[in-house]
Design a binder for this molecule. Structure first.
Ligand SMILES: Cc1cc2nc3c(=O)[nH]c(=O)nc-3n(C[C@H](O)[C@H](O)[C@H](O)COP(=O)(O)OP(=O)(O)OC[C@H]3O[C@@H](n4cnc5c(N)ncnc54)[C@H](O)[C@@H]3O)c2cc1C
Length: 222
């Protein structure tokens, strides 16, 4: 497998525990929106600690972008990533991933599971193809919502926020369940894109299929 050492150009917080990293893009390196790569930190002791992260940039951008939720509570790669500064280096590898755009539909994300949809929705926006797509984004609290302003601008009325641990006027304060999906989605004959924690993906997949979605129209990371 090819490995590329890439310099971090910038690192900034998008939420209290999510960082946006801009990194150099190797010559000839290409990906499809929704795809990911194995990333490690180019520092002694960390180079073999590989973790998957999704490109949130567009393929045509000059640099690569990652959007990374940092877990501080244990000694992990993301805890180290949080400390990285411009000039530090990552190692990236081949691109892979099953979540790519297949046609208009409903995107359902839990927390950092939004990352493949960031690139896909940005690409659709750029291509003026966003109409007819919808995003349902579930987070614990309003301070966990990644890129809220950008999604509002891109999707307007087709952007729904669901908060599982906070009551805020204008938000759905509940988990995504069958009733909520019936309320928000009228047509189950379209594509469904689901990404988030394993239980979240399984649960929502089961619900949309039970409500009439075809298994082959549900796009998830296998
Ligand atoms: C295809 C793919 C693409 C992904 N893309 C992204 C992305 O773009 N952005 C992003 O933020 N994430 C993404 N992820 C998830 C990301 O890979 C993980 O969050 C990351 O690997 C965590 O690495 P870590 O070393 O920090 O945690 P690890 O130590 O590897 O822990 C992994 C998970 O276990 C839990 N965990 C482990 N030990 C403990 C502990 N002691 N206490 C509490 N929790 C614990 C953590 O919640 C963590 O989510 C992606 C995953 C996949 C499969």
């Amino acid at each position: 497998m090819e490995e590329y050492v890439v310099k971090i150009i910038s690192s900034e917080y998008l939420t209290h525990d999510v960082k946006r990293l801009k990194v150099e893009k190797p010559d000839g390196y290409t990906f499809i929106s929704g795809q990911a790569t194995e990333v490690s930190i180019n520092k002694p002791g960390w180079t073999e600690e590989k973790r998957p992260f999704t490109f949130t940039s567009l393929n045509k951008w000059r640099d690569l972008e990652f959007t990374i939720k940092c877990y501080r509570e244990h000694n992990s790669v993301t805890k180290e990533i949080e400390k990285l500064q411009p000039g530090d280096e990552l190692i990236i590898r081949d691109v892979w991933g099953a979540i790519t755009y297949q046609g208009k539909g409903v995107f359902i994300a839990g927390g950092a599971g939004i990352t493949p949809f960031i690139s896909i929705l940005r690409q659709l926006d750029e291509d003026k193809e966003l109409e007819g797509n919808k995003l349902i984004f579930s987070n614990k609290t309003s301070r966990d919502i990644i890129l809220k302003d950008e999604f509002e601008r891109m999707l307007r009325d087709n952007f729904y926020n669901v908060l599982t641990r906070e009551k805020v006027i204008g938000y759905n304060d509940r988990r995504i369940d069958e009733d909520l999906l019936k309320q928000m989605v009228k047509n189950f004959g379209q594509h469904f894109y689901i990404c988030g924690p394993e239980d979240f993906v399984k649960n929502i997949n089961d619900i949309v299929v039970s409500l009439g979605a075809k298994t082959e129209s549900v796009v998830i990371e296998k």
